[in-house]
Ligand binder design. Sequence first.
Ligand code: ADP
Ligand code: MG
Length: 316
Amino acid sequence: MTASEFDIIARYFSHLGVRGADVLLGVGDDCALLRPPLGMDLALTVDTLVAGQHFFADVDPEALGHKCLAVSLSDLAAMGATPAWASLALTLTEVDADWLAGFARGFGRLAEKAGIALVGGDTTRGPLSISVQLQGLLPTGQGLRRSGAQAGDLICVSGQLGDAALALAQLQQGQTPEPELRARLERPSPRLALGQRLLGLAHACIDISDGLLADLGHICSASALAAEIQLTDLPCLPELKAKADWSLPLGGGDDYELCFTLPAESADRLPRLAAELDLPLSIIGRMLPGEGVSCRLADGRLYQPSRKGFDHFADS
Ligand code: ADP
Ligand code: MG
């Protein structure tokens, strides 16, 4: 490591987040030393964001710092885990002090909000890319898996679907999305509190990062069941609903909402949970015997999503 790399780490990345007594040793040695509490399971996830592939290289660095952490926090949320520690592997084309300060600010603020410490990482030179590895804690044996859905379960989603994809489509067409919509793409809010409240309540859970059809499809295959959703029940922007344009809410991706299945007898707990979390929770369908996801229109007919619509929403 060169002196300048050492300076970058010391200056921008040595004190991010909230460091508790569980961090015996943070940034600065060959490894971090962490002390997991007795009787908890460890949840571990890593995600890489590559410039040009997952984000525009000229995106606001503060938003990017937020998003690269939010994406991994969303994976912990989907398991019901409480975030604990982060590490960050950064590949940079150049050392740009303003960019680094903005990136570290976005990352650090969300790390503080999530109550985690950045305990280590790696810094190298090359095409801009960012990997965040996160560890979280779960009560023994309770992690929410994709495989636990049961026939008859209600399918539920948090928040509003398709917002991030709509913002992306507008940016790609040279338009400026409304700030609130743009924030849904660039500064997603991982649904950590929801995931933790679903422990012992939901049968299966996944975060919607690749679009509802794809991600609910993973619950179906992992649980060996089919899913049927009612399109008119999808929570999405009124203008999409009015046009019956389902391609973004079904296939957009980058939403970072949770999709979970609930035993039907627990349905009456949803409204209170939504009120307590100040987060819309919608029932959109049911798990059934069989395989695959099918979508019903208001008149009961089956809707065939176009492949193009959900594989390459930006081109549709
Ligand atoms: P090593 O050569 O032993 O892998 P490095 O020179 O890569 O060590 O890193 C020195 C220290 O700085 C390590 O504790 C490492 O975890 C930390 N570190 C390096 N890059 C980052 C980063 N981007 N964010 C946080 N910590 C980092
Ligand atoms: Mg290293």
